[in-house]
Structure formats: structure tokens, C-alpha cells
Design a protein around this ligand. Sequence first.
Ligand code: C2E
Ligand code: CA
Ligand code: CA
Length: 694
Amino acid sequence: MNVLMCLVVEHDLRLVALAAFVIVSGGWVAVGLVRRASERTGTMRAGWMGLAAIAAGASIWCTHFIAMLAYLVRAPFIFDPSLTVLSLLVAVAGSAAGISVALNRAGGLLVPLGGAILGGTIAAMHYVGMLGYRVDGFVDWQIGYVAASVAIGAVLCTLSMRQLVERPGKYSHVISVALFVAAVVGMHFTGMAAYTVTPMVSGAPVADAASHTVLAIAIAGVSSVIAATGIISFIIDTTASQEMVQRLLQLATSDALTGLPNRIRFAEHVDAQIAVSKSKNLQLAVIGIDLDRFKDINDLHGHAAGDAVLKTLSGRLRGMLKDGEFVARIGGDEFAAAKSFAHKSELIGFLDRLKEALFTPVAFEGGDATTGASCGVSIYPSDGETGARLVANADLAMYRAKADVTRVVCFYEPKMDETARYRNALGLELRKAVELNQFELHYQVQANVASGQISGYEVLLRWRHPERGMVSPADFIPVAEETGAILAIDEWVLRNACREAASWPVPHRIAVNLSAVQVTQLDLPRKVHEILLETGMSPSRLELELTESSIIMDKDRTLHVLRQLKALGVTIAMDDFGTGYSSLSTLRAFPFDKIKLDRSFMGEVEHDPQAKAVVRAVLTLGRSLQVPVLAEGVETAEQLAILREEGCDEAQGYLLGRPRPVGQICLTAQQSGDGDLFPSRAETSVRHGLRAVG
Ligand code: C2E
Ligand code: CA
Ligand code: CA
């Protein structure tokens, strides 16, 4: 064997170094691709596996043949082209098989099995390649080395694959590459130790020059494939992750419908602008914007129209921006804007542009509409030093603008804080008020205009607060609605009013107010039914009052609830008619039992012909729909006279009686039973009021 071995002259060290370089860099690329494949799913996974197989197979193949060129044998030799090409196919196909088995989702033993297949592939490629290596001499194979070479390749590849797939970590990649390189190198040199050749003719190493060149070109070609897979993977990876980052960033910071920046982005912008304003000695305005009539568009024309309006408005807002101005959509129909400025006139100019954008009618399929908006402005540094404070104060100012129909824009004032604090404190106390028994009920008489007969009593809630004294429902009902406390409160009112009225000797009807929140509760009919049974109150004596705006909020749902309530035998009155939407469609959509004309018309009916015309129109409407009309807020005999003249059915107001606790309204059986229309002295005003015109 010694004799035979010394026939092999030596290795060309430069080519050995090249082979080492190819296997290390190729291994690095291939392992990286296997890792990427293991992190993906679906087609991406398959794609990365394919690239990994090409890179692994090509590096194994190139390394082998460069090493073969480095192997200097003193005998003429050629490479058989078809077997050489076949060996490349074996390398790539075997790598693909090994990698796909190792990355099988079932995992477990498949990982080492895949590694072993890859190791076997190195050996298979090697020996197919050697079959194509034709030397002019006697070739001898030592089977022990052959077996050892296959084992070394398989074991080291198995370790490499397990390292990569099962023990991901900081150095996993390096270790895996090192094991793979060791597998290829170990396999190759052990395999070459198994191979001895005794030349027929001795002399200098000879090679078929042509076959040599073709092989060199092939190797160069295949190596560039490895390089290409590496570069492709790098490009795909970075662009994919850049795109991903861009997309995520875009998703996280902008509003999907309008493409405007969202709340998060707005907060970031304000924070950044505060820093800029501080350093440049500028002011920064934060503007909260809430559309006024967006809900109507959604309710009347559907969500598609609503979306179209939002898009148009967003486009306009974006289009009017100048340097240093920013607009975001921060909620359903809420927007926010920011502008840094040196002089207030710049801010005023910006606000004018905002108003123009928001108050120009918007066309959508099926019509056009003006949403209008309420804006609140807070200014850095005077109204707040932090973004959060500025946004909160702009909101407070916006609520003020919303509450005041005459103002579109409100600037923040410190006293708004106090109002907000007061409301917050009230909200907390309201939650406890029911338990602490701080509520009481007052009753206000309602009478028939023609006969003067009492037709019923409206139940009005009173809150006797230990420190604040009597708090008006006009103050606390909106707060209770905001905080959700209203549900418990309304239920309390209903239960107690029914209990009280059920015990009256005269079966007068009572009218109980329902809040907008309450009438969308699907279990309201069940609750009312329970309370009626529990208190023994006759359903025909109970009237429920609700305002038109509470129906508009969620029309279908509310109408469904109302129908069920009516089925219980209770009657339903529309409260405050004439103030809200007053659309005929609401009156047509549901058979109300009464229309309550808002008290704001009474104040002017004596002097203002227009108010009188409205009253007349509502009465005509009531007659045509066959729904009785009750006029609220009747304070003078003149008002009552007009109502009688116009044929109004019922009246309610201070003239007929103020709201009073139950003890002060007289309810005795015989007074009512003998047909006396004015049963108590407490209600003498009824008598006076009606007599005055009668
Ligand atoms: P509303 O339902 O329109 O009730 C009539 C309001 O007008 C009552 O005010 C009543 O005191 C007042 N009023 C009656 N006659 C006259 C008059 O001749 N002139 C004037 N200027 N005002 C008159 P109140 O009691 O302060 O209630 C205010 C609002 O609070 C009510 O308006 C109603 O919307 C709500 N509210 C009252 N009690 C309840 C309740 O138990 N539940 C719910 N959800 N809301 C209630
Ligand atoms: Ca009412
Ligand atoms: Ca009313």
C-alpha cells in the first residue's frame, strides 16, 4: 500500500484552499437557507428548501471536483462527462430529499434521518463522480475506508442537521456549518484514502487538457450557482422583511379606510412637535374634531355612504394641509389635527381651511350631505405641556363646541376642567346614589285641555345629594348615560313609580321617562314585565316616554324593543317632539300613543307666529296620524287658551302643577270618583288655568 500511495504525487495546495473556501462558503449559504425554510410555511418554505438543496448539492459537488483537480496523480486521467453531470444531479436531488425529510413537520426521528440522507448523498455523489474519473492505471478500492467514509458523512451530517433544527441558538449556525464542512471534507478524504491507483505509465501528472478545462468551467458555473442562491436569498430576505416592516408600520399607524394617520401616529406626531416647538420657540395647536351629523348619514343612507363620506372628507383634509400641519383619523367620526405656528393668525387660517373642508357638502351615491363638525383647540404651552394633556384639553373644548349649536370652534379654557371634574365626581357618586337611597320621585300632573280632567302624572326623578342639595336631572341624567349608571337608575324609577302608583286609590296613569341607552336594551321588555308583575301595576296605566333621538341611535333595535313593550299593554309617548330630528318617518315607523310637543314652543307661542305655526302643524300631524298631542311647559293661561283653540288634546306645565312629591298630590278615591276634575287643592292651578280660558 505504501508503494501504491507514493504513486500519488501530492495535492495542489492552492486548489485545496479553493475547495476549502467553496465548501465553507457554500455550506454557510446552504445552512442559512435550511434555517430560513424551517422558519417559514407553505410555498415560501418549499422555495427556501429548493434553494437550500441547490446550494448544498452544488457546494458538495464543486468541493469534490476542485479537490479532484488538486489531486495530482502521475497518470493520464479524464472525467466522464455524463457521470460528472449525473453526480451533480445526485448531489442536488439527494440534498433535496435529505433537507425535506429533516424539515418534515412531524420532526422526531425524521431530523436525524434527513441528516443521514444528506450524508449518504455526499458519499453517493463522491462515488458516482469517482466512477467518471478515468485514470490510466490499476485502481484499487479498500472497502473499509469506503464504509468509514459513508459513516463519517452520515454521522456528521446528522449532527449538523440536528444542531440546526433542534437546537437553535446563537452559535447554532456556525456549529451546523462546521459539522457540514467536516462531513464533506471527512467523507472526501476518507473516500480518497480508499482509492489507490497504480499508473500504467509513470511520469509527470498528466491530464486530458480539454476535459480539465470543461470541468473547470463547470465548476466555475456551479460555484456561481451557489453564490447566486446566496445573493438571491439575501435579496429576498431583506426586501421581504423591509416590505413587512413597512406594511406593519403602515398598518399600525394609519387608518385602513381613509389612509390617514391613526391615533397612535397622531400621539407620536404631537410629542415630536412639542419638542420641535420648544426648541424653535413656536406654539403648537392640537385640534379635536368631531363630525356633527355623521350618524345620520350612516343611519339614513347606510354604511357604504358613511364610508364614502369619510373618505371624501379625509381626502379634502389631506389636500388642504400646508407645511407643519397634520391631520389624523382617531375614531369613527373623530379626527384630530395639529399645527405649529408663530402667530395666531396662522392658526385661524388653518381653522378656516378645516371648516371649509368639513362644511362643504359631500356627494355620495344616493345624495349629498353636509356633516359639519365641532372643533376644540388646545395650545402648547399655555394649555398643556404634554401631548396627552393637550389632546385631553382639546377634547374638553370640542365637547363644549358640540354642546353649543352656535359655535363650531371652541378654545380650551381652564374652567372646562372644573366642569369635567364635576361631571366625573358626579359620575362616581351616581353609582352609589341608588344604594344610598338618595333618589326620590316627583309627579307632575297632565290634564285634558278640553275637560280639565287629570289624565295622568309624569314621573320626574330628583336626586337629593347630601352636600350638593337637589341636583337637577338635566345635570345628572347625561352623566348617568355616559357612565352607564342610567340602567340601574331607570330601573329603580320604574320599579318605585309602579309600586307607588299601584297603591293609589285613584288609578291615574303614570308616565315614566326612558333614557336612550335603556331603550336599546333587548331585555327591557322582560324587565318591564317583571316589574309590572312584581308591583301589581296594571300595564294600561303605564306610559313610557322616550325622545326621538334615542330611536335614531339604533332604529331597528329600538323599534323591536318598542313593539315588545307595546305588546305588554303599556303605552309609548314620543317626548320632546320638535327639537330633534322630527322626521315623519319615525312617527310612521312606530305607532306612538302620544306626541309630547316640546316645551320650547310654548315660550314663544303667544308672540311668535312661527312657533304658533309649528304648534298648529304638529297638532294637524297628530290628528292625521290619530295620535293625541300633549303640549309641555304650559306656564300661562294665554298659552292654554291657544292650545284649546287649536284643539290640543292634553297639557302639562307649571300652570297646571309643578312636579311634587307624592305626598303633595292628592289622590283620594271619593274626590276622583264623584267626577271632580280637579281632585286636590294642590292642583287648584289646573282649575284656575282651565277656567281662565274656559
Ligand atoms: P322632560 O321629560 O322633558 O321633563 C319635563 C321637564 O320639564 C321637567 O324637568 C319638568 O320639571 C320641566 N317642566 C315641567 N313643566 C314646566 C314648565 O311649565 N316650564 C318649564 N320651564 N319647565 C317645566 P326636570 O324634572 O328637570 O327633568 C328634566 C329632564 O330630565 C326631563 O325632561 C327628562 O328628560 C329627564 N328625566 C327626568 N326624570 C327622569 C327619569 O326618571 N329617567 C330619565 N331617563 N330621565 C329623566
Ligand atoms: Ca318626559
Ligand atoms: Ca319633554
